[in-house]
Design a protein around this ligand. Sequence first.
Ligand SMILES: [Zn+2]
Length: 100
Amino acid sequence: MTRRRGGTAHDPVEGGLTTTAAPTPAPATETAAEFRLTAMDRCDSCRAQAYVAAEVNGTELLFCAHHARKYEVKLRAVATTWHDETARLEEEQTRVGISA
Ligand SMILES: [Zn+2]
């Protein structure tokens, strides 16, 4: 029998150490005014989350990134306003990829 347990079971850190996380104040949401489309806004074509809002004849049409791109040429020709938040998609995607 050469089997033996390495080290001791004592853990000097265990117990008595209560690190209360400092309540960091949430920074002011500066992007709130710039981005107004939320998860409640849905693409008129497929009900996916909308990232583009186009106003046509006084009516606001909402599109996901996919359909916004698909109809962009036609829409831009008739739309009075074009609100594009698809940059958020790219941001969110790159943020996920960051590991270091
Ligand atoms: Zn869509």
